[in-house]
Write a protein that binds this ligand. Structure first.
Ligand code: ADP
Ligand code: 5GP
Length: 171
């Protein structure tokens, strides 16, 4: 599981990890939030509340959570897939997964708030949105420590990606 504040670089790191190792795959979450300009075509399945709730009610998510007013959920994985699945989810989702799958690896990517602010504003977030995300980041940092997330600082992309690869592959 890769968690961390919005804009910290999770998506960028996960894409690099999957390019580097073909035995890694990333789960594509469902969300009710609207697409942002920086979203890639395959960032999410974008659905409305009704679509999300229908899937939730039939047990289609292994975990789900509400984050800043929108729903996010991980579709039930194909456990026959031989690849190792990376979930890019929030800490509350991480908590739900570790309860069901204690063997899962929890990684929290972080960077100092001043840099986070720059990255969020660089991707076009409005200032009230940035403040909400920074507050959420504080809350998640505390929760991540409580459940033994490994903390990785993404001040340098290549270094952070390498560190996470080593944790995942235990090398
Ligand atoms: P997240 O998935 O955590 O919301 P993204 O992967 O979309 O974050 O990254 C947010 C922005 O920060 C992108 O513009 C990305 O290129 C940039 N970024 C990621 N890592 C670094 C880094 N180490 N240094 C500078 N910019 C970075
Ligand atoms: P964003 O809006 O920046 O794409 O995502 C907001 C937060 O929701 C991030 O912390 C992201 O990791 C998390 N998130 C994305 N997909 C899921 C998911 O399927 N489940 C949960 N619990 N969180 C998710």
């Amino acid at each position: 599981m890769i968690s961390g504040p919005g804009g910290v670089g999770k998506g960028t790191i996960v894409r690099e990890l999957c390019e580097r190792d073909s035995k890694l795959a990333v789960s594509r979450s469902w969300t009710t939030r609207k697409p942002r300009v920086d979203d890639k075509d395959d960032s999410y399945f974008f659905v409305n509340d009704e679509g999300f709730n229908k899937h939730k009610d039939k047990g289609g998510f292994i975990e789900w959570n509400e984050f800043l007013g929108f729903m996010y959920g991980t579709p039930m994985p194909d456990f026959n897939d031989a690849r190792d699945l990376i979930l890019e989810i929030d800490v509350s989702g991480g908590r739900q997964i570790i309860e069901k799958h204690p063997e899962a690896i929890l990684i929290f990517v972080d960077v100092e708030n001043s840099e986070l602010r720059k990255r969020l504003s660089g991707r076009g977030d409005k200032s009230d949105e940035i403040e909400k995300r920074l507050l959420e980041a504080e809350r998640e940092r505390k929760e991540a420590k409580e459940i033994n997330y490994k903390i990785v600082l993404n001040d340098d992309l290549a270094k952070a990606t390498e560190e996470i690869y080593k944790i995942i592959r235990k090398v």
